[in-house]
Design a protein around this ligand. Structure first.
Ligand SMILES: C[S@@+](CC[C@H](N)C(=O)[O-])C[C@H]1O[C@@H](n2cnc3c(N)ncnc32)[C@H](O)[C@@H]1O
Length: 241
């Protein structure tokens, strides 16, 4: 465990391809008084489950540990938020609650390949009154990122949860270098998953993920440092330099 300013890292939780750490519970990186940051984090700690996944009325695949970590890091982030993979808006809803409860003004840009799925997210987010802070972008994430780069956008937090395919993760890592501000956290979903494999160039399959391999090959370690594993999420942070 190492501390960076007021942050606590859990870098002893590192893994490589072929490794998996079971029971990686939630631990905070920020310091805050009390067991939870606020009532919404308490809600996430106690909300209904469907098997190992939270069930708060929007379909999705977040474990409780993932949801608690996303909420914490988005709650204390500075600046706008970039999400790879909207699906039906479960994580976008949690990110929007984090921004709203922090009292700051920030935009969440969430990217989704499928227009139909993005429309479902829009419906879910509008029904919960959080659509005002979220911009839903439809199309391939890499093409959307190019437009964001072209318009000089920068972000203070990112959740990467669009594709399990090595080549898409590689592209996302290059985009993070262009779009993420120093000091910002990046959360990779499905990092701590037995299905991660070292076979490069594999397309998205149910049984083989290229997330760890993509990060190992393309996330610039001069700029990004490993923070820890929480649930199935691998957390990295862009160094302050
Ligand atoms: C695991 S789901 C996202 C779940 C969401 N983050 C949540 O927690 O509620 C992945 C989504 O990414 C989308 N996707 C897959 N490849 C993509 C790509 N290249 N660009 C943008 N979205 C993509 C899929 O259509 C799918 O809806």
């Amino acid at each position: 465990m190492a501390a960076n300013a007021h942050l606590t890292y859990h870098s002893d939780r590192a893994i490589t391809v072929g490794q998996f750490q079971p029971n990686m519970g939630y631990k905070p990186n920020y310091s805050y008084a009390g067991p939870d940051i606020d009532e919404f984090q308490t809600f996430l700690r106690n909300c209904p489950m469907r098997g190992s996944l939270i069930d708060i009325g929007i379909p999705g695949w977040l474990r409780r540990e993932d949801a608690l970590k996303l909420y914490e890091l988005a709650r204390f982030a500075e600046g706008d938020i970039l999400e790879f993979g909207t699906n039906e808006g479960l994580s976008a809803y949690i990110l929007a609650k984090a921004v709203a409860n922090s009292g700051r003004k920030a935009e969440i840009v969430s990217m989704e390949l499928s227009p139909e799925i993005s429309a479902a997210a829009h419906k879910n987010l509008t029904a919960r009154g959080v659509d005002g802070t979220i911009r839903l972008e439809v199309g391939d994430a890499d093409a959307t990122c190019q437009r964001l780069v072209d318009s000089n956008r920068k972000f203070g937090f990112s959740f990467i949860d669009h594709s399990h395919a090595y080549e898409h993760v590689v592209k996302a890592c290059h985009r993070l270098k262009q779009l993420i501000e120093p000091g910002s956290f990046c959360v990779f979903h499905d990092f701590n998953d037995k299905r991660n494999s070292r076979r490069t160039g594999l397309g998205e399959t149910r049984n083989e993920y290229g997330i760890i391999a993509g990060i190992e090959d393309s996330l610039d370690i001069n700029l990004f440092e490993f923070v820890g594993i929480y649930g199935c999420c691998g957390v990295f942070r862009r160094k302050d330099i």
